[in-house]
Write a protein that binds this ligand. Structure first.
Ligand SMILES: [Zn+2]
Length: 441
């Protein structure tokens, strides 16, 4: 993977899906200066296309241009692929290897057109390290916002060991016994540079593990530290309490009642269903068989049906849906493969329009990076994270999957290139037909 930087990048022609919700339009030029979009629409008169010393030009004629994808639920530090004999336990006892592995996996996401990821939970401060290395330009990768170990209590997801063992440091959860301990952990994680806090209610949602008071204490401390809070919450009580405690987004919420969801809507809290994980579990489970999965697949099928109904309900209630896939959670949730499955599911199961699904995985998701007014929309002044596709995602949302229809990925104003897919192939040498082509659009 390599990058090339020019002071000015110009994307000429193409159909623009700007991520604002406006209909796709034929566009003349997008001008990128540094890592920001300088203009959209007419080519500014002061741009000289013949000055290839200072300008690089992408011809996007017959192509579709849209904001880079954001997967707001990707775990980099869960550690796949594993070494032979490496412990299968959640978290890792090999933080050094795992950090390198996480950096590599982050690049797979970027190559699939995912220019940003939000990481709701991980071991050690691996994700913080990968984020910082990318921001420093040491390695290539997507924009990252991350949490660290999930704040758990007895019975929470990631409190998997017997109580006499506790939750070891290498695990994905941080066991806390009361609000004071939770606040201390928020402070510790803030000190180590996380972007947000992840709370952990029960894995299956059948019992509520965290009280509203504890959630409120965490939210208040996080706000003091300028951090947002997300929660793994499937159940009814925890989802309602999370909304009332002012948690910023709720992951799953699939067992919440209609009444609970109305509370979520009233409190203007976002929901990230993460249906991709459930659908993938089902398809993978059917592939390899019940014995390998060791989960009753009929129950997963029911869960997917319920999920579909919930997606419809969220849409009816006007709750902002965030797109997350849980990529990296298991080896059968591979990086770079599933990031665009969630918008596809919103369309197939939830009755969302393709444009609504595109917004969910671009503009809406920018919120999880704390960049809701700077990222996810292609307009003047926004961060220049852009993908160019050879097929129309508004006609068929599935063309976003696996990066199979990508022509270019631009992150932070730089064209990303890798393997055989070099920027030179897509960059235009000065070509007289270019100008006539441009004026024809
Ligand atoms: Zn997850």
């Amino acid at each position: 993977m390599a990058t090339k930087s020019h002071p000015i990048t110009i994307i000429l022609n193409g159909t623009l899906i700007d991520g604002s919700g406006e209909e796709a339009i034929t566009n003349e030029a997008i001008v990128i200066s540094g890592n920001r979009i300088q203009s959209v629409g007419k080519l500014p008169e002061d741009i000289n296309l013949e000055d290839l010393e200072n300008n690089q030009v992408i011809n996007a004629a017959d192509k579709w241009i849209m904001p880079g994808l954001i997967d707001a639920h990707t775990h980099l530090s869960y550690g796949h692929p594993k070494l032979k004999g490496e412990a299968r336990g959640r978290g890792t006892t090999r933080p050094e290897l795992n950090t390198l592995r996480a950096a590599w996996n982050a690049q797979k996401a970027l190559r699939a057109g995912v220019t940003s990821i939000s990481v709701p939970g991980g071991s050690w401060f691996t994700d913080v390290a990968v984020r910082d290395a990318i921001n420093l330009g040491l390695i290539e990768g997507p924009r990252i916002a991350c949490a660290s170990r999930m704040i758990a209590t007895y019975g929470s997801i990631e409190d998997e060991d017997p109580s006499w063992v506790g939750t070891p440091d290498h695990s994905l959860g941080k066991l806390c016994h009361n609000a004071t301990e939770m606040v201390t952990e928020v402070r510790r994680q803030a000190k180590h540079g996380v972007d947000f806090i992840k709370l952990a209610d029960s894995r299956s949602g059948d019992t509520q593990c965290l009280s509203r008071n504890e959630m409120t204490a965490v939210v208040e401390e996080a706000q003091r530290r300028n951090l947002r809070v997300a929660i793994h919450s499937r159940g009814a009580g925890s989802t309602r309490d999370a909304a009332l405690a002012g948690v910023d987004w709720i992951i799953h919420a699939d067992l919440a009642t209609e009444e609970d969801l109305e509370t979520v809507a009233k409190e203007n809290v976002r929901i990230m269903p993460t249906a991709t994980f459930v659908e993938r579990l089902l398809t993978w489970g059917r592939e390899v068989g019940q014995d390998v999965v060791q989960i009753n697949l009929n129950r997963i099928e029911e869960r997917m049906e319920k999920m579909a109904k919930m997606l419809e309900k969220l849409r009816t209630l006007g709750i902002t849906v965030l797109c997350g896939t849980d990529s990296g959670n298991y080896e059968w949730m591979p990086y770079g493969e599933l990031h665009a499955n969630e918008p596809d599911i919103l369309v197939r199961y939830g009755g969302y329009s393709t444009m609504e699904a595109i917004l969910a995985t671009t503009r809406n998701n920018a919120y999880t990076l704390g960049l809701e007014d700077q990222l996810g929309v292609i307009k003047k002044g926004m961060l220049a994270d852009i993908i160019i596709l050879d097929q129309d995602p508004v006609s068929d949302i599935s063309v976003l999957k696996k990066g199979e229809h990508l022509v270019n990925v631009i992150k932070d104003g730089r064209i990303i290139s890798w393997d055989g897919k070099t920027i030179e192939r897509d960059l235009l040498p000065l070509n007289p037909s270019l100008l006539s082509e441009r004026s024809a659009t």
